[in-house]
Design a protein around this ligand. Structure first.
Ligand code: ZN
Length: 245
């Protein structure tokens, strides 16, 4: 089965469409949360995703919950909070009902899917080796797909499980075979990359061939920025897109 692994779309419809076009025909689409927040087209992104039902798995992320008012945005920085409140007012009843329905964790065959980490699916950033090791201890499947940090990477569990896992930054267009070791895999962010590369990031998983390939896709950043200006979203959020930060 060929599966598009996407995450952190953040209401960036232009980036989402570019990624789905690049992925081409897939059997399923797995989205690791943060469909909304930051960007200008939350309802449009939800509609595009839902066209893929029933071959779609979509999880809840912290920004999806913030848009629903399910969590306190005072932990957010000022711009993220402003965007969350803007999104909350903009969601249609059907978009809101869809976000309400999203699960925090899904287990599918060899894969656990969460937005943050197995230990704290909505909130925890799985970005250090120590946090990865603590989460490997809780993992019940060989592989786990995470989003949230917007950084494409793979953590490999150490052969001796007491040792720290090793991290590999994912290079684009390099296909790797899934090893015997357990992995945390982050596909990076579709709508707001933060690894210094502004191109949309995602991954293609082939469960038959047991391979994963990270990919980068250019899209019209200018068009998303124009829509954000029109929406009156914070300048810092508009500018960061062109730097991938
Ligand atoms: Zn995010």
């Amino acid at each position: 089965m060929r599966i598009a692994i996407i995450s952190d779309i953040h209401s960036n419809r232009v980036a989402l469409q570019a990624v789905l076009a690049d992925a081409g025909a897939v059997d399923e689409t797995w989205c690791l949360g943060d469909v909304v927040g930051y960007g200008p087209e939350p309802n449009e992104c939800i509609e595009i995703l839902r066209q893929r039902e029933p071959r779609l798995i979509c999880l809840a992320g912290n920004h999806d919950w913030a848009a629903l008012g399910r969590l306190d945005t005072s932990d957010f920085n000022h711009d993220a909070e402003a965007a969350a409140l803007w999104t909350r007012n903009r969601l249609t009843p059907s978009s809101r009902a869809y976000l309400e329905s999203l699960p925090e964790r899904v287990i599918k065959g060899d894969f656990t899917l969460v937005h943050g980490s197995p230990r704290a699916p909505i909130w925890e950033y799985l970005i250090s080796a120590a946090v990865a090791r603590a989460n490997f201890a809780l993992l019940t499947t060989p592989y786990c797909l995470v989003g949230h940090s917007h950084i494409p990477f793979i953590f490999y569990e150490a052969v001796n499980r007491q040792d720290l896992p090793t991290v590999h930054t994912a290079s684009a267009d390099k296909m790797i075979r899934l090893p015997e070791q357990r992995l945390f895999i982050n596909p990076g962010s579709v709508g707001q990359p933060r690894d210094g590369n502004p191109h949309a990031s995602y991954a293609i998983l082939d469960t038959g061939a047991k391979t994963i390939e990270h990919r980068r896709v250019p899209y019209s950043i200018k068009e998303t920025q124009r829509l954000m200006e029109q929406a009156g979203l914070p300048q810092r959020l508009i500018q960061r897109l062109e730097y991938g930060l």
